[in-house]
Design a protein around this ligand. Structure first.
Ligand SMILES: [Zn+2]
Length: 280
């Protein structure tokens, strides 16, 4: 992504050297060798000189305060600052402010393990029922355990009357998910020959999450925390990638800056050899 934004690293501001045999170039370059036997050598030297001139230009650019590497690093620094601000915002996000639910017993728990598998339970006056959807593969055998499809039960009816208006929808959504998690757990326990849980209450389906102020489901999982953890991980991954890219830019700039004396010497050597052949 960053590569696409800023262009490839090897496309710095210095243009590629012109082809050595390009017409209309420096007339000095076109001058033939005085000794025709030396023409091949002269052409090779001229190509080497062009390469050295290109290297020298790049090395000089790498030592100037304003350079293409610096520009790209500045952009990467800006991106990094944005990500760090996003991370800080993520950690200081407003907490929703949950509260414990009443210990209303979950009654009439019943799991029918025969096809079609069904799960039922009652909380207060609300009766919940799920049925397994049986899928069949092409050979006629049942496929892996299907999802349970809810037939009855409104989780919103379990939201206590005294719940603050701002939390009612969130709590209803949470209870909808948590009753479903509970139903699947009951089904799995019966199929695996494990005992059913005892003395379950509505409170067990919505324990306040101490980390984010939301609610945890029957299995102790908090959706809000999981979503935040995922977002945090994504941002941190992006920050790491950008920091690495930035380091690579500086490494490349440093490499070219350090090459200056060598590039200078190579250019001078090529030019002096060319002069010798031309003067013969
Ligand atoms: Zn949480």
């Amino acid at each position: 992504m960053w590569k696409r934004l800023f262009g490839r690293r090897d496309e710095t501001e210095t243009p590629a050297p012109p082809p050595p045999d390009a017409p209309g170039g420096d007339t000095r370059r076109q001058k033939p060798a005085s000794d025709p036997a030396m023409q091949g050598r002269l052409d090779a030297l001229r190509r080497r000189r062009d390469m050295a001139a290109y290297d020298l230009e790049r090395s000089e650019a790498a030592r100037r305060p304003d350079n293409a590497w610096r520009e790209r690093m500045d952009l990467l620094d800006q991106s990094l600052a944005t990500i760090k601000a996003d991370l800080r915002a993520l950690e200081s996000e407003a907490r929703s402010g949950s509260f414990p639910l009443p210990e209303t017993p979950v009654t009439s728990i019943n799991v029918n393990p025969r096809e079609p598998v069904s799960v039922e339970f009652t909380i207060s006056a609300e009766h919940f029922r799920w049925e397994e959807e049986v899928d069949w593969d092409q050979r006629g055998g049942p496929v892996v355990r299907g999802l349970l499809r809810q037939r009855t039960g409104r989780a919103a009816a379990l939201v206590p009357a005294e719940t603050p208006p701002g939390l009612r929808d969130a709590l209803a959504r949470h209870l909808e998910a948590s009753t479903s998690v509970f139903a699947h757990d009951l089904r799995d326990r019966v199929i695996n020959g494990e005992p059913l849980p005892q003395e379950v209450t509505l409170a067990d389906l919505a324990r306040p999450c101490p980390e984010c102020g939301g609610w945890r489901d029957w299995r102790g999982h908090c959706d809000a925390c999981a979503a935040r953890a995922f977002r945090r991980q994504t941002l941190q991954g992006e920050a790491t990638r950008i920091a690495e890219e930035r380091d690579a830019e500086e490494e490349d700039r440093y490499k070219w800056a350090e090459r200056l004396p060598v590039a200078r010497k190579r250019l001078a050597d090529a030019e002096s050899e060319i002069a010798q052949i031309e003067q013969r």
